[in-house]
Write a new protein. Structure first.
Length: 208
Protein backbone atom coordinates (compact mmCIF):
# COMPACT_ATOMS: atom_id res chain seq x y z
CA UNK A 1 0.00 0.00 0.00
CA UNK A 2 1.24 3.49 -0.79
CA UNK A 3 2.53 5.79 1.93
CA UNK A 4 0.01 8.14 3.55
CA UNK A 5 -0.08 11.72 2.41
CA UNK A 6 1.93 13.88 4.86
CA UNK A 7 -0.28 15.33 7.58
CA UNK A 8 -0.49 19.08 8.07
CA UNK A 9 -2.95 21.54 9.54
CA UNK A 10 -5.03 21.43 12.68
CA UNK A 11 -5.62 18.39 14.85
CA UNK A 12 -9.05 17.95 13.25
CA UNK A 13 -7.57 18.09 9.78
CA UNK A 14 -4.91 15.55 10.73
CA UNK A 15 -7.59 13.26 12.11
CA UNK A 16 -9.63 13.56 8.90
CA UNK A 17 -6.50 12.80 6.93
CA UNK A 18 -5.86 9.67 9.01
CA UNK A 19 -9.43 8.53 8.46
CA UNK A 20 -9.14 9.10 4.71
CA UNK A 21 -5.85 7.17 4.60
CA UNK A 22 -7.48 4.24 6.40
CA UNK A 23 -10.61 4.32 4.23
CA UNK A 24 -8.52 4.51 1.07
CA UNK A 25 -6.48 1.48 2.10
CA UNK A 26 -9.47 -0.64 3.16
CA UNK A 27 -11.65 0.32 0.18
CA UNK A 28 -8.81 -0.48 -2.23
CA UNK A 29 -8.18 -3.81 -0.51
CA UNK A 30 -11.77 -5.03 -0.08
CA UNK A 31 -14.08 -2.76 -2.07
CA UNK A 32 -16.72 -0.37 -0.80
CA UNK A 33 -19.43 -2.79 0.28
CA UNK A 34 -17.22 -5.13 2.32
CA UNK A 35 -15.84 -2.37 4.57
CA UNK A 36 -17.78 -0.84 7.47
CA UNK A 37 -17.27 2.45 9.25
CA UNK A 38 -16.29 0.47 12.34
CA UNK A 39 -13.57 -1.26 10.28
CA UNK A 40 -12.24 2.12 9.16
CA UNK A 41 -12.38 3.57 12.67
CA UNK A 42 -10.47 0.60 14.10
CA UNK A 43 -7.86 0.84 11.34
CA UNK A 44 -7.47 4.57 12.06
CA UNK A 45 -7.07 3.89 15.79
CA UNK A 46 -10.21 5.66 16.93
CA UNK A 47 -13.79 4.98 17.99
CA UNK A 48 -16.76 4.65 15.70
CA UNK A 49 -18.32 7.72 17.33
CA UNK A 50 -15.10 9.66 16.79
CA UNK A 51 -15.15 8.86 13.08
CA UNK A 52 -18.80 9.94 12.79
CA UNK A 53 -17.82 13.31 14.26
CA UNK A 54 -15.80 13.92 11.08
CA UNK A 55 -17.78 11.99 8.46
CA UNK A 56 -21.57 11.50 8.75
CA UNK A 57 -21.63 8.26 6.78
CA UNK A 58 -19.76 5.83 4.55
CA UNK A 59 -21.17 7.29 1.33
CA UNK A 60 -19.78 10.72 2.16
CA UNK A 61 -16.45 9.20 3.17
CA UNK A 62 -16.13 7.32 -0.12
CA UNK A 63 -16.73 10.46 -2.19
CA UNK A 64 -14.12 12.32 -0.11
CA UNK A 65 -11.61 9.52 -0.68
CA UNK A 66 -12.22 9.54 -4.43
CA UNK A 67 -12.05 13.33 -4.66
CA UNK A 68 -8.83 13.38 -2.63
CA UNK A 69 -7.14 10.85 -4.87
CA UNK A 70 -8.18 12.72 -8.01
CA UNK A 71 -7.05 16.03 -6.58
CA UNK A 72 -3.62 14.65 -5.72
CA UNK A 73 -3.28 13.15 -9.20
CA UNK A 74 -4.32 16.43 -10.83
CA UNK A 75 -1.84 18.41 -8.76
CA UNK A 76 0.94 16.04 -9.77
CA UNK A 77 0.10 16.05 -13.48
CA UNK A 78 -1.52 19.39 -14.23
CA UNK A 79 0.05 22.04 -12.02
CA UNK A 80 -0.01 25.33 -13.95
CA UNK A 81 -1.77 23.44 -16.76
CA UNK A 82 -3.42 26.61 -18.06
CA UNK A 83 0.02 27.80 -19.17
CA UNK A 84 1.10 24.53 -20.77
CA UNK A 85 1.26 23.85 -24.47
CA UNK A 86 -0.91 20.89 -25.57
CA UNK A 87 2.21 18.79 -26.19
CA UNK A 88 3.41 19.39 -22.64
CA UNK A 89 -0.07 18.70 -21.30
CA UNK A 90 -0.04 15.31 -23.04
CA UNK A 91 3.41 14.64 -21.60
CA UNK A 92 2.11 15.39 -18.09
CA UNK A 93 -0.76 12.94 -18.57
CA UNK A 94 1.68 10.24 -19.68
CA UNK A 95 3.91 10.97 -16.69
CA UNK A 96 0.88 10.51 -14.44
CA UNK A 97 0.46 6.98 -15.81
CA UNK A 98 4.06 6.30 -14.79
CA UNK A 99 3.38 7.71 -11.31
CA UNK A 100 0.27 5.51 -11.01
CA UNK A 101 2.47 2.46 -11.52
CA UNK A 102 4.06 3.31 -8.17
CA UNK A 103 0.73 3.43 -6.32
CA UNK A 104 -1.04 0.09 -6.82
CA UNK A 105 -3.33 0.70 -3.85
CA UNK A 106 -4.82 3.83 -5.38
CA UNK A 107 -5.13 2.23 -8.80
CA UNK A 108 -6.84 -0.76 -7.20
CA UNK A 109 -9.26 1.53 -5.38
CA UNK A 110 -10.41 3.16 -8.60
CA UNK A 111 -10.63 -0.10 -10.52
CA UNK A 112 -12.63 -1.81 -7.79
CA UNK A 113 -14.96 1.05 -6.87
CA UNK A 114 -15.56 2.22 -10.45
CA UNK A 115 -16.70 -1.30 -11.30
CA UNK A 116 -19.04 -1.39 -8.32
CA UNK A 117 -20.30 2.10 -9.22
CA UNK A 118 -21.76 0.90 -12.51
CA UNK A 119 -24.79 0.11 -10.33
CA UNK A 120 -26.97 3.27 -10.39
CA UNK A 121 -27.72 2.74 -6.69
CA UNK A 122 -24.05 2.91 -5.72
CA UNK A 123 -23.13 6.13 -3.86
CA UNK A 124 -20.25 6.82 -6.25
CA UNK A 125 -22.30 6.26 -9.42
CA UNK A 126 -22.88 9.94 -10.18
CA UNK A 127 -19.29 10.77 -9.25
CA UNK A 128 -17.92 8.40 -11.89
CA UNK A 129 -20.49 9.40 -14.52
CA UNK A 130 -19.46 13.03 -14.17
CA UNK A 131 -15.77 12.14 -13.96
CA UNK A 132 -15.81 10.22 -17.23
CA UNK A 133 -17.79 12.96 -18.94
CA UNK A 134 -15.13 15.48 -17.89
CA UNK A 135 -12.32 13.20 -18.97
CA UNK A 136 -13.86 12.45 -22.38
CA UNK A 137 -14.45 16.15 -23.04
CA UNK A 138 -10.96 17.20 -21.91
CA UNK A 139 -9.23 14.37 -23.75
CA UNK A 140 -11.20 14.98 -26.97
CA UNK A 141 -10.20 18.65 -26.87
CA UNK A 142 -6.55 17.76 -26.37
CA UNK A 143 -6.59 15.20 -29.18
CA UNK A 144 -8.32 17.66 -31.51
CA UNK A 145 -5.63 20.30 -30.94
CA UNK A 146 -2.78 17.83 -31.35
CA UNK A 147 -4.32 16.32 -34.49
CA UNK A 148 -4.69 19.77 -36.06
CA UNK A 149 -1.09 20.70 -35.21
CA UNK A 150 0.38 17.56 -36.75
CA UNK A 151 2.08 17.72 -40.16
CA UNK A 152 0.09 16.73 -42.07
CA UNK A 153 -3.03 17.09 -39.86
CA UNK A 154 -4.31 13.80 -38.47
CA UNK A 155 -7.83 12.85 -39.57
CA UNK A 156 -8.97 10.75 -36.62
CA UNK A 157 -12.21 11.59 -34.77
CA UNK A 158 -11.10 13.18 -31.45
CA UNK A 159 -14.24 12.07 -29.61
CA UNK A 160 -13.78 8.45 -30.66
CA UNK A 161 -10.07 8.53 -29.81
CA UNK A 162 -10.84 10.00 -26.38
CA UNK A 163 -13.17 7.09 -25.60
CA UNK A 164 -10.63 4.58 -26.92
CA UNK A 165 -7.78 6.09 -24.90
CA UNK A 166 -9.76 6.08 -21.65
CA UNK A 167 -10.88 2.51 -22.28
CA UNK A 168 -7.27 1.51 -22.97
CA UNK A 169 -6.02 3.05 -19.73
CA UNK A 170 -8.81 1.45 -17.68
CA UNK A 171 -8.21 -1.96 -19.21
CA UNK A 172 -4.46 -1.70 -18.75
CA UNK A 173 -4.93 -0.85 -15.08
CA UNK A 174 -6.79 -4.11 -14.50
CA UNK A 175 -4.19 -6.14 -16.41
CA UNK A 176 -1.36 -4.40 -14.57
CA UNK A 177 -2.89 -5.07 -11.16
CA UNK A 178 -3.18 -8.75 -12.07
CA UNK A 179 0.28 -9.13 -13.63
CA UNK A 180 2.46 -6.05 -13.03
CA UNK A 181 5.67 -7.66 -14.23
CA UNK A 182 4.19 -8.29 -17.67
CA UNK A 183 2.19 -5.09 -18.28
CA UNK A 184 3.78 -1.68 -18.83
CA UNK A 185 0.88 0.78 -18.91
CA UNK A 186 2.97 3.74 -20.00
CA UNK A 187 4.61 1.87 -22.89
CA UNK A 188 1.24 0.59 -24.13
CA UNK A 189 -0.31 4.07 -24.10
CA UNK A 190 2.77 5.49 -25.84
CA UNK A 191 2.41 2.84 -28.54
CA UNK A 192 -1.29 3.63 -29.04
CA UNK A 193 -0.62 7.36 -29.46
CA UNK A 194 2.28 6.70 -31.81
CA UNK A 195 0.03 4.50 -33.95
CA UNK A 196 -2.36 7.46 -34.20
CA UNK A 197 0.47 9.49 -35.71
CA UNK A 198 1.36 11.65 -32.71
CA UNK A 199 5.03 12.39 -32.08
CA UNK A 200 5.82 11.88 -28.41
CA UNK A 201 8.67 13.16 -26.29
CA UNK A 202 11.13 10.37 -25.43
CA UNK A 203 10.25 8.48 -22.26
CA UNK A 204 13.12 9.21 -19.87
CA UNK A 205 12.23 6.49 -17.37
CA UNK A 206 15.03 4.03 -16.53
CA UNK A 207 14.58 0.75 -18.37
CA UNK A 208 16.13 -2.60 -17.46
Amino acid sequence: MNAPIPRQGTKGERTRSRILDSAMELFSRSGFYAVSLRDIAAHAGMTHAGLLHHFPGKDDLLIQVLARREQVAAEQALSSSSDLAPEELLSRHLDQITLNMGTPGLVGLFVKVSGEASDPAHPAHDYFVQRYRRLRKRTAWLMSVLFDRATPPIKHDPDAVAQQLLALVDGLQTQWLLDPEQVDMRASVDAFLTQLGLELEPDDRPHP
